[in-house]
Design a protein. Structure first.
Length: 98
């Protein structure tokens, strides 16, 4: 990160980062869709141990970057909640439900 000289420069950089984040989230979504295809039962979509693992890894990344762990945890919990709902919908599309 570099120091910005104007709010416009700040916003341009945020917009650039947002575009990259959306591309990465779309890629993550493609893997979530694959998980839905590979899991035998819809009940397998929610895996508490995996959720804890993902959040722990994210918190480690936050720490290594010197960023606020509370912000990362809140973002990841929300993101996981929405990806679970997405995976459940994809499971239903792929396998016709339950």
């Amino acid at each position: 990160m570099t120091e910005c000289n104007s709010i416009a420069e700040v916003r341009d950089n945020i917009d650039r980062i947002d575009a990259a984040l959306v591309a990465l989230l779309a890629e993550r979504g493609a893997y979530v869709r694959e998980a839905a295809r590979l899991k035998p039962r819809k009940a397998d979509v929610v895996d508490a141990a995996r959720i804890a693992e993902v959040i722990a890894k994210a918190l480690g990344h936050a720490e290594s970057h010197g960023f606020d762990a509370d912000v990362i945890e809140a973002i990841y919990r929300s993101m996981i909640e929405h990806f679970i709902a997405f995976e459940e919908r994809e499971f239903d599309k792929i396998k016709g439900g339950g």
